[in-house]
Design a binder for this molecule. Structure first.
Ligand SMILES: [Zn+2]
Length: 468
């Protein structure tokens, strides 16, 4: 039996948000609770797969140091207790920041390496929005990243990283690694794989892999909203043939770099007021409007009521604003009860740097309490149904709305605290518009106050030249 330890921490941290990610923000799975993340393991022969801790959080601000140390400590205890291992599989995101530790994945992976020693093989799976560094790549033997954004291949990527590990363990060889940092940092919204040129660049990856000389290749676009020296794109290749492996990484890095000026949002964008006017003028019966500066799935607090304020000012017809996180407002609505009229100060509490509270009067239309998502309220303010959530909640699936009795297609404007639309909404949205709204994850990161980025880097330094 090949003994594989598994575990990891998965979070994406926007360093411009003043909100810290706490231990309570992580969903921690232990032992068999994790098996649903790895259903493919049951089809693998001769493997003793031991997942002992996986911690996953909604993207947020920097992780509180004590929370990180607690999770890391528990992971390392599990790793030590089961040693020796043949291999370790790390289930990571790749854009974690911790108070006092910018390259948090390097810290975590190095600690695992120190414990299992230099001979044990370590493989990791990453989100393509992870930021890689030489310190990380020195500790890892294998890595594979998502090839789709919006993400639809998380499971496939975990399986690929684990199968690569098994293959190397069974041949008893360590592959060559090629790692190229690319001085390019595009937001996720400008580097989707559904549209060109992202689609073609990512479609070229399988062609670089020949199953022998080159075992795998990954292109990481990186995570934009972290003011760190490591925020940058990277190309990686793994293989038995050193020259072919380096050539594959160079080809991939070059393809991404050469296409840099063609990446775009793929949907109409503009300032908030212009986007609302555009939505109102649209023939489509429903328009999905992304409040991208307060995108919870990129780590923003999700409590900026600015777009709501502007929609009220435009006297929009029947519309929906989803997911303003405000525990105090939710508590007040629960206390007042269904049908009650009340005045509230909404939002601007979690991230007072980027949003101001908004005074509104409305009626409580619906109260909802679920064990998964906590308490939520639908508050009607003029023509707008506003969903308030007790916890930061990313509304990324239709189920979250059906639980609240909401049919999105009955509204003229559906405002979401997202950037690009996730697959559930891509499928049904008659029209999508992205507001370049203010916030900790502004969709044009060039507008944010970066200090630590390695320069030059495109598009911050537009005229720079580079070759892989
Ligand atoms: Zn991602």
């Amino acid at each position: 039996m090949t003994r594989i330890a598994a575990g990891g921490i998965s979070i994406e941290c926007a360093t411009f948000s003043p909100l810290l990610s706490e231990l309570s923000d992580f969903r921690v799975l232990r032992g068999d609770e994790q098996l649903a993340r790895y259903p493919f393991v049951s089809a693998l022969d001769g493997i003793d797969f031991a997942p002992f801790l996986h911690a996953n959080a909604v993207p947020g601000g920097v992780v509180r140091r004590s929370a990180y140390e607690a999770l890391k400590g528990e992971f390392l205890d599990g790793l030590a207790a089961g040693a020796p291992w043949d291999g370790v599989y790390l289930d990571m995101h790749g854009a974690m920041a911790v108070e006092g530790i910018d390259d948090a994945e390097a810290d975590f992976i190095s600690a695992a390496r120190a414990l299992v020693g230099p001979d044990c093989l370590i493989s990791a799976s990453y989100d393509l929005h992870g930021n890689l560094t030489a310190a990380i790549m020195e500790q890892l033997d294998l890595i594979s990243a998502y090839r789709t954004a919006p993400h639809e291949d998380a499971l496939e990527t975990r399986e690929r990283a684990l199968r690569l590990l098994l293959r190397c363990l069974r041949t008893g060889r360590r592959p060559h690694k090629a790692f190229i940092r690319i001085p390019l940092l595009l937001s996720g919204e400008r580097s989707m794989t559904l549209i060109e040129p992202g689609r073609s660049v990512y479609a070229s990856i399988p062609q670089l892999i020949d199953g022998d000389a080159v075992l795998d290749a990954s292109l990481l676009v990186g995570f934009t909203w972290a003011d760190q020296a490591r925020s940058q794109a990277a190309a990686v290749a793994l293989g038995w043939d050193e020259a072919a492996t380096h050539s594959a990484a160079r080809t991939l890095a070059g393809a991404y770099w050469d296409a840099r000026q063609d990446f775009d949002f793929g949907v109409p964008t503009g300032e908030v007021d212009d986007c609302i006017s555009m939505a109102l003028a649209a023939d489509e019966s429903t328009v999905f409007l992304s409040d991208s500066g307060d995108n919870i799935t990129a780590g923003a607090a999700g409590d900026n009521p600015y777009v709501l304020e502007r929609m009220l000012a435009h006297s929009v017809p029947r519309s929906l604003v989803t997911g303003i996180s405000d525990a105090a407002a939710v508590a007040a609505c629960f206390e007042a009860g269904p049908g009650a009229q009340l005045s509230l100060s909404l939002g601007g509490k979690l991230d007072p740097v980027h949003g101001q509270p908004l005074a509104v009067s409305g009626s409580v239309k619906r109260l909802h309490d679920s064990p998964d998502s906590g308490r939520q309220v639908i508050l009607s303010v003029d023509n707008i149904d506003v969903i308030l959530s007790e916890r930061r909640l990313a509304y990324t699936s239709l189920v979250k709305f059906s639980q609240l009795g909401i049919d999105l297609l009955t509204y003229k404007i559906v405002c979401l605290k997202l950037g690009y639309l996730v697959p559930d909404f891509q499928r049904i949205a008659p029209l999508a518009i992205m507001a370049l709204s203010p916030g900790a994850v502004h969709a044009l990161p060039e507008n944010l106050p970066f200090h630590k980025l390695r320069r030059p880097i495109y598009p911050f330094d537009r005229d720079m030249s580079w070759s892989p």
